[in-house]
Design a protein around this ligand. Structure first.
Ligand code: OOB
Length: 542
């Protein structure tokens, strides 16, 4: 079963093509062209492994042909849950060249999230590692396979347990590979942090995504001599596309995989490999700054440190250039599309105080008050956007689509921003109920639903509160029933639910009852606001 093409109105699609945004390029073509023009150039460095573009392409083609030999067909979805190892790329590009569609899961995702994604995207195979950070991903994938009849194969980058195949054994004759896909078709399904329920699937097309990586690599000044270090998880949209690993491949540059984001590991790798650009979330940037203050690392090749995924405060932003000897670039993006960058030639004050401006002159940005009226520059409002690389709908999710898109195709980001006269945006926070913990997005509603499964919980409300280290953290308020569970009981119970560990709130508080509205119903939005203010007041008086 093929998935439908992602649809922009014909008139806009024509315009994006005419302006040269959509050039009909595809991912299989991208890799093939680079491999044929620069077969011996190093594409990927990971520990002792150094893959040239030629080898990268060969590995992808053998694996793609192997998927076909297993009986999978172009259009099929394949879930990829792989950490920062080179097999991430041979798997993903192998899936591309076979005309199939990768679905990305983060290494931190556990059975609940992965099974949901696998089911929703109706995947035929899962490609994963035996273990990532000591967790047994292979067994988890096999257990999910036993529940989903269409999921026929678990493929392991490494030694495979019984019932799974090793990636090395999934090979075939590259002559069986199909011709390049339609550039307007969906290239992959990215996942959304979201504010409600489990992750939603984001269909990105070859045309739209390649436009965003091409422009991102231009904005960030990437060329064939650039060395991009992937420090955050490879599956995250920031690491993949802003300009990320895909932007680096587009520019014929080199990608270095960082095994751990800790300053000592990262600084050494930057020095040894001559890294020129990398990207971090704010809490990691703070860690690097702290370490740099003590050790003054010699990392002169590093020209740009990108920080994004969550708000980077000006006090910290100001320290990047003096302590790390490179230029800061703020990145405010979303897997749904829109990405904003501060530009290399922006004045320092803009780079420190804003989260950048959109990639494209055709990114339509609206900033509206709660009644839907545009606000003036300098005033906070809700950010809505549409454009040549922002989706028009989630994959198979009419309820989310009705909530998240306007009739004229704008995506309601849920972010509250201020626009400066220069067009740069300053992020103020979220209008909806999402916790941004170190760049990991957590839906308050999803966590409430999970806590409610505990037999001694009558009701739960989860709110986001500021945290000195993480930026924000989740705080769960619980109204118990049948006895008095402790915070430790709740956490233990949640660990048993097979969810990503970052979703388990550390801060759990008990209340006797929640305030109710006049009609006797609880307005969750109102409750979250009052509970959040009560925490903030308490913290201020401490
Ligand atoms: C990136 O993508 P997602 O999909 O994980 O999260 C998007 C949300 C935004 O709507 C916003 O709430 C928040 O993350 N965010 C920021 C931010 N960058 C993202 N909030 C404040 N300041 C920033 N610089 O996080 C993402 C995707 C591509 C590039 C960079 C980040």
């Amino acid at each position: 079963m093929n998935i439908p093409k992602q649809t922009w109105p014909q008139e806009l699609a024509d315009r994006y093509r005419k302006l040269g945004y959509w050039r009909g390029e595809t991912f299989p073509q991208l890799l093939r062209e680079r491999a044929s023009a620069h077969p011996d150039r190093i594409a990927i460095v990971a520990g002792d492994a150094r893959w040239t573009y030629g080898e990268f392409n060969e590995r992808a083609r053998r694996f793609g042909a192997g998927l076909l030999a297993l009986g999978l067909a172009p259009g099929d979805r394949v879930l990829v849950q792989i950490g920062n190892v080179p097999e991430f790329f041979s798997a993903v590009f192998g899936i591309f060249v076979a005309g199939m569609i990768p679905v990305y899961a983060l290494p931190a995702h556990r059975r609940t999230e992965v099974a949901h994604l696998a089911d929703k995207a109706d995947v035929r195979a899962i490609v994963t590692e035996p273990r990532i950070e000591r967790f047994d991903h292979a067994s988890m994938a096999l257990s999910i396979k036993s529940d989903l009849p269409n999921l026929s194969h678990v493929i392991i980058a490494g030694a495979a347990p019984d019932g799974a195949l090793s990636m090395d054994d999934v090979t075939g004759d590259p002559a069986t590979l199909p011709t390049d896909p339609d550039p307007q078709s969906v290239a992959f399904l990215q996942i959304s942090g979201g504010s409600t329920g489990l992750p939603k699937l984001i269909p990105r097309t070859h045309d739209d995504y390649i436009y965003s990586i091409r422009e991102s690599s231009r904005i960030c000044g990437l060329n064939g001599d650039s060395i991009f270090m992937a420090t955050l998880p490879l599956a995250h949209n920031f690491t993949m596309s802003s300009p990320g690993t895909f932007g680096a491949f587009y520019a014929r540059a080199r990608v270095v995989l960082c095994p751990a984001p800790m300053p000592d590991v990262a600084f050494r790798l930057i020095r040894d490999e001559g890294v020129t650009i990398t990207g971090l979330v704010p809490p990691l940037a703070l860690l690097w700054l702290q370490a740099a203050e003590k050790t003054r690392p010699a990392i002169p090749t590093l020209k740009i440190l990108q920080v994004g995924g969550a708000k980077f405060l000006p006090e910290s932003a100001r320290k990047v250039a003096p302590l790390l000897g490179c230029r800061l670039q703020q990145v405010f993006g979303m897997a749904e599309g829109l990405v904003n960058y501060t530009r290399p030639d922006d004045p320092d004050e803009i780079v420190v105080n804003s989260q950048g401006r959109p990639i494209s002159a055709d990114d339509d940005v609206l900033i509206l008050d709660d009644e839907g009226h545009p606000v003036d520059d300098g005033q906070p409002g809700n950010l809505l956007t549409r454009g040549p690389y922002t989706i028009r709908a989630y994959y198979r999710d009419p309820t989310a689509n009705a909530r998240s898109f306007t009739d004229d195709g704008y995506y309601k980001t849920g972010d509250v921003v201020i626009r400066l006269p220069s067009g740069h945006l300053v992020v103020q926070g979220r209008a909806n109920d999402q916790i941004n913990r170190s760049g990991e997005k957590i839906s308050a509603e999803e966590i409430e639903d999970l806590i409610l499964r505990h037999p001694a919980v009558f009701d739960a409300v989860v709110v986001s509160i500021p945290d000195a280290h993480l930026g924000e953290r989740a705080c769960a308020f619980i109204q118990p029933k049948n006895g008095a569970p402790s915070a430790a009981d709740i956490r233990k119970f949640m660990r048993g639910l097979d969810i990503a560990a970052f979703k388990i709130p550390y801060d759990i508080r008990f209340v006797e009852a929640f305030e109710t509205t006049a009609v006797g119903k609880i307005s969750r939005r109102h409750l979250r606001t009052t509970l959040r203010s009560s925490v903030l007041e308490q913290e201020q008086t401490q």
